[in-house]
Design a protein. Structure first.
Length: 222
């Protein structure tokens, strides 16, 4: 289960202090709001915050609601059955796994989803949102640049600086691209994307029974 650790609080305090030293006159509330928007953009465009959520499939049921431990679900990446084989599923409504046909046996499955932050408040005042403790040590510089760029692009403020803001925003987009590539490779060095090709190894749902299928497409067979 994910936790909001003391180390993360210290990293957030350090990041906000660095931003405050550049953005003269910015309040804590303004910084927290912009940090939330920056993190939301980071996670939405990088798909780097993932969680595996277990649920149980039962006969004659096609839709299954799932709930993350923290954050808010964005997208469904994959569904695996108890044999670690990918299953064909969609998420037409956020937080609901849906199969084309119902299964005839009860079995556990796991859904891999990407997530983003939700707004946090403390005593009615915007507070830093919850997110994994690996984010800032890994991508903290890029997120700081995103925060600075977002704040500097605001008009008619003591810290407004459109040209510098565009510079920081570009560096932030580069950090998002790096995080997206890291996530696709499972944060390994020199490996291909981790996701299973759906046409290569799947279990079909013929007759509501999970059946093994190997049917490589022309591209995967090469």
């Amino acid at each position: 289960m994910e936790a909001y650790k003391c180390e993360t609080e210290e990293e957030i305090f350090k990041l906000l202090a660095e931003a405050n030293s550049v953005l003269t006159g910015a309040s804590d509330a303004q910084l927290n709001i912009s940090l939330f928007d920056t993190l939301r953009e980071f996670f939405q465009n990088s798909n780097s915050w993932m969680e595996w959520i277990q649920f149980v499939v039962i006969p004659n049921t096609q839709n299954y609601p799932i709930t993350p431990t923290t954050g808010r679900i964005l997208r469904l990446l994959n569904v695996l059955d108890q044999n670690a084989s990918p299953q064909q599923a969609i998420m037409p409504d956020i937080g609901v796994i849906s199969f084309l046909y119902p299964y005839t046996t009860t079995q556990p499955m796991w859904a891999c989803v990407t997530k983003t932050v939700v707004k946090a408040f403390k005593d009615g005042v915007p507070a830093p949102p919850l997110f994994p403790d690996w984010v800032l040590p890994t991508y903290g510089n890029g997120i700081l640049e995103g925060l600075l760029g977002r704040m500097m692009m605001q008009p008619n403020q003591s810290w407004s600086d459109k040209q510098t803001g565009m510079f920081f925003s570009l560096k932030f987009r580069n950090a998002i691209a790096m995080a997206r590539a890291d996530a696709l490779r499972g944060r390994t060095v020199g490996s291909q994307a981790w996701a299973y090709p759906q046409t290569f190894r799947t279990h079909s749902q013929k007759g509501g029974v999970s059946t093994f299928n190997i049917n490589p497409s022309p591209q995967t067979a090469r």
